[in-house]
Design a protein around this ligand. Structure first.
Ligand code: AMP
Length: 302
């Protein structure tokens, strides 16, 4: 990236909104940093939506929200090897660059930050960003090193993009809370906003991993939403005993032939500590395997 490329963007910003813009593609942290420095020097607000690509309507809901909150919108697309605990999962992760680029163009994205793995993690890379406590339970208990991989890459994305605002999905609720903690603890001066989970019409949370489900598994995947519905129904009816809620919800997963329940927890919505009684704001979260595909979901329980 040269300074003239960034200047070119600023000059283009006044053009006809009905013509989709062609987002710039940035491949290295240095180029991203230079572009963001130019944008900031022009007094513009920067928003970032971090993703691993294979964009779907859930991602795009974050993009559309962020588009309304900043003059310069960056979507990052990086399948981060550090956060995968299984090589097979990393290899099988869907990669759909052309469709992603077209969607970013349609949704008014200014720049796609899609660094290569060697640019992100060159030889000698030795830093790990780790948030303790919040990452201990839920997904953290079952995916060793996963959240350290997430916080390390998000810290690097924040460092290169220098956003004023970063938008994350509540679909990955534990990740959202961990990133908010990191940004606050490290005085990053970035607003980290969480947005609601977008679902298919039948209630399945949208996920890049849903493409791996067979038609039978796709049907069985509804057990996650059904378990959440059951828990919400009991909580609304006045049940306060978390064990009873968990047992009733888990039954809806355990009755499904191919489903294997990895965890189902009810936690404090802020500090993610497991609860025995429903008192303040609470969140139920679960992870379910359907064959080789791991699905997660969560919702509030108030
Ligand atoms: P991913 O590409 O899966 O790493 O997700 C990138 C961002 O999109 C994360 O902040 C996710 O929480 C968010 N996201 C993923 N699925 C959904 C969804 N169904 N609704 C809203 N946000 C989502």
């Amino acid at each position: 990236m040269t300074a003239s490329t960034a200047t070119a963007w600023i000059a283009e910003s006044d053009r006809d909104e009905s013509v989709p813009k062609q987002p710039q593609v940035i491949r290295t942290p240095e180029d991203m940093h230079a572009l963001s420095a130019q944008v900031r020097a022009g007094g513009k607000r920067i928003a970032l939506v971090p993703t691993m690509g294979a964009l779907h309507a859930g991602h795009l809901s974050l993009v559309d929200h962020a588009r309304g909150k900043a003059e310069f919108l960056v979507v990052s697309i990086f399948v981060n090897p550090l956060q995968f605990d299984r090589d097979a999962d990393l290899d099988a992760y869907p990669r759909t660059w052309e469709a992603d680029y077209a969607l970013c163009a349609e949704h008014g994205v200014d720049a796609i930050y899609a660094p290569t793995a060697p640019a992100m993690y060159p030889d000698g890379f030795a830093t790990k960003v780790s948030v303790s406590g919040l990452g201990a339970g839920l997904c953290g208990a079952h995916r060793p090193g996963h959240f350290d991989g997430v916080t390390t890459v998000v810290a690097k994305l924040f460092g290169a993009v220098m956003p004023h605002l970063a938008v994350f999905g509540q679909k990955d609720y534990q990740q959202l809370k961990i990133v908010q903690r990191m940004a606050a603890d490290l005085n990053m001066d970035i607003e980290v906003e969480g947005r609601p989970t977008l679902r298919e019409a039948d209630g399945l949370a949208m996920s890049s991993r849903n493409v791996h489900l067979s038609p039978a598994q796709r049907e069985q995947a509804l057990c996650l939403r059904r378990a959440l519905d059951k828990a919400q129904e009991l909580a609304r009816a006045g049940e306060r005993d978390v064990e009873k809620i968990k047992t009733a919800a888990a039954r809806l997963v355990e009755g499904v032939p191919e489903a294997r329940l990895e965890y189902l927890e009810v936690v404090d919505a802020e500090n993610l500590a497991p609860l025995a009684k429903l008192e303040g704001p609470a969140r139920m979260a679960l992870a379910v395997w359907l064959g080789a595909t791991r699905l997660i979901d969560n919702d509030d329980l108030n």
